[in-house]
Design a protein around this ligand. Structure first.
Ligand SMILES: C[S@@+](CC[C@H](N)C(=O)[O-])C[C@H]1O[C@@H](n2cnc3c(N)ncnc32)[C@H](O)[C@@H]1O
Length: 247
């Protein structure tokens, strides 16, 4: 079944970013309760998956960096570690980041802006793309997005984290358990059952999409893994991360 619901996309995020009545969490499309006070745990989870970030003077790309606390943590970390940061997002979103010599702002819809990163092909140590991939899945070409992105990775040990991907199969598995039922009833303050479809709906990311990505990049010579999120993260029971590694 295809759920014909209104989907948020790149243009909506531009509008959110320009709306002075929204908080920084709402500007990146989350209710405050999902991200306020949670971004440090998210950043620690990213650091645990990419320990290379502790080194100095790396080249980092953040695709869809947003303007929440997570972006602030990443900017501060890059400054402290003398990393160069290529921040990719709409001009409306990027205006909320500081203007600093170590930050290169690549404004516009990625990968349409890929030419601005042409000189960085094969030179990037770490790519972070957090809570963005499902928008690409809905309105872009995910393999064009991923193929161009991994082409930026440097030989000799570089990492690309496609983080916080909603997985309908995982959601369905979780809410089919007693743990999931109790979670739903406590969170929603209800005694109803969570809505679970027999199969994941068309138009959504499921295990098949994630496993297909892992297989594609392994076939091309990268290592690729599906990783769970720390249980301290707000959506850990229905989202997961993909880590692609270049030897
Ligand atoms: C849910 S927010 C996540 C922001 C940030 N990564 C975080 O987790 O705090 C999604 C971000 O991706 C950006 N975005 C979505 N699609 C994009 C695209 N194709 N090119 C560039 N930015 C994109 C949006 O403007 C928005 O800032």
């Amino acid at each position: 079944m295809y759920k014909n619901e209104k989907k948020v996309g790149y243009k909506d995020f531009e509008d959110f970013a320009n709306n002075p009545n929204l908080t920084k969490y709402e500007k990146i499309g989350f209710p405050n309760s999902y991200r306020e006070g949670k971004d440090e745990a998210i950043f620690q989870d990213i650091l645990s998956k990419i320990p290379l970030l502790h080194q100095k003077k790396l080249k980092i790309v953040d695709i869809g960096i947003g303007c929440s606390d997570l972006a602030d943590f990443i900017v501060a970390w890059c400054k402290a570690h003398e990393h160069e940061l290529f921040a990719v997002d709409s001009a409306a979103m990027l205006q909320h980041l500081p203007n600093e010599p170590f930050i290169h702002k690549i404004a516009g819809y990625y990968p349409d802006t890929f030419a601005a990163l042409q000189d960085e092909i094969g030179k990037i140590d770490v790519i972070i793309c957090y809570s963005v991939f499902h928008y690409v899945f809905s309105e872009g070409n995910m393999y064009d997005f991923l193929d161009k992105t991994v082409s930026l990775m440097k030989d000799g040990g570089s990492y690309c984290l496609i983080g916080d991907i909603p997985n309908e199969s995982k959601r369905r598995r979780f809410f089919s358990t007693f743990t999931g039922l109790h979670y739903h009833q406590a969170f929603m303050q209800t005694n109803t059952l969570p809505e679970i479809m027999e199969f994941p709906p068309l138009g959504k990311i499921d295990d098949g999409v994630l496993l297909g990505i892992v297989q594609r990049y392994r076939n091309i010579g990268y290592e690729a893994f599906i990783l769970p999120q720390s249980a301290s993260l707000p959506l850990y029971n229905r989202r997961e991360d993909i880590l692609i590694q270049k030897w």
